[in-house]
Design a binder for this molecule. Structure first.
Ligand code: ATR
Length: 273
């Protein structure tokens, strides 16, 4: 059986082994996919061992995406731009390709699964860490009116704007600037959800019929998803759909066949109710 794994720390609650075994079953592919607890300091040795033992592909999650970007011998455009890699694939010649499927996963969940139009929309991203870097290239490719990035630590948002400015209309701001602004889509890319916290957001920030999307997911609605509901978002979503979509992109890169995501998203949604 071809060997695959997800590396991360912590990793015990990862849904990736389940998602990939559902994809394998659905597409009739024979694969073996495990979760392995790998702290940052152990990443290089663990990846070397995995690929030396004929491993075919890895997913990398927190806190390893930047290390995986350094590890890859070749990079997709999205991975190069984001300086973060969530998928490594060993190619036929033995070289290691790094890709970042998070952004395309988000775009597919928004546009295909939820029928949200990104072209000409005003988008706000909360946070300026690795998660924001990972989604910007595919989001800007949808031709939004503009994307604003707000962060507690302003200079991190400014750096990202500088790096991605060639790809579209992008600017940064402080949380205090938000009072006079309005957006059609607000994306939470902060790690605040993990501690059930919420960045300071004014009322009226979300335009009528606007959407909220939390890149994080949990069995219960996150603080940001709950906030979106109080703001009468047309939809206030968490990142479960994106998780399944980024996995489908990785599966397609590895196996050359794209699984259907809808049934897997439905199943995972039912399991958390
Ligand atoms: P990730 O890889 O998940 O993006 P990260 O690179 O550590 O993680 O970035 C976390 C982001 O969440 C940062 O933008 C951080 O803001 P600062 O740069 O100002 O630290 C943001 N963040 C975390 N907790 C937050 C909170 N309670 N309120 C607002 N922003 C928060």
């Amino acid at each position: 059986l071809d060997q695959y794994a997800v590396f991360g720390h912590p990793i015990s609650h990862s849904k990736s082994p389940r998602i990939h075994s559902l994809f394998a079953e659905q597409t009739g592919q024979q694969i073996h996919y495990v979760a392995q607890d790998v702290p940052a300091g152990a990443f290089k040795a663990a990846a070397d061992t995995f690929f030396a033992a004929d491993g075919k592909g890895l997913n990398c999650t927190v806190p390893l995406k930047e290390l995986a970007w350094q590890y890859a011998g070749q990079l997709s455009v999205s991975a190069r731009k984001s300086k973060a890699v969530n998928t490594l694939a060993r190619l036929a010649d033995g070289s290691i390709l790094g890709d970042n499927t998070d952004g395309i996963g988000l775009v597919r969940d928004l546009t295909i699964n939820h029928n949200i139009t990104l072209a000409n929309s005003r988008i706000l991203i909360l946070g300026a860490g690795g998660a924001t870097r990972g989604i910007l290239h595919p989001l800007l490719a949808q031709n939004p009116a503009h994307i604003s990035i707000v962060n507690r630590t302003r200079h991190k948002a400014d750096t990202i704007v500088h790096e991605f400015a060639d790809l579209g209309s992008l600017n940064s701001c402080d949380y205090a600037d938000l009072t006079s602004l309005q957006f059609d889509l607000i994306i939470n890319a902060t790690s605040a959800s993990l501690s059930d916290e919420l960045p300071p957001l004014p009322d009226a920030l979300l335009a009528a019929n606007g959407y909220c999307y939390d890149l994080a997911y949990a069995n219960k609605p996150t603080a940001f998803v709950r906030w979106g509901k109080t703001q009468h978002a047309r939809k206030s979503l968490d990142g479960l759909g994106m998780l399944v979509e980024q996995a489908a992109e990785a599966f397609a890169l590895w196996r050359g066949i794209r699984p259907e995501t809808g049934p897997v998203i439905d199943l995972l949604n039912r399991e958390r109710e």
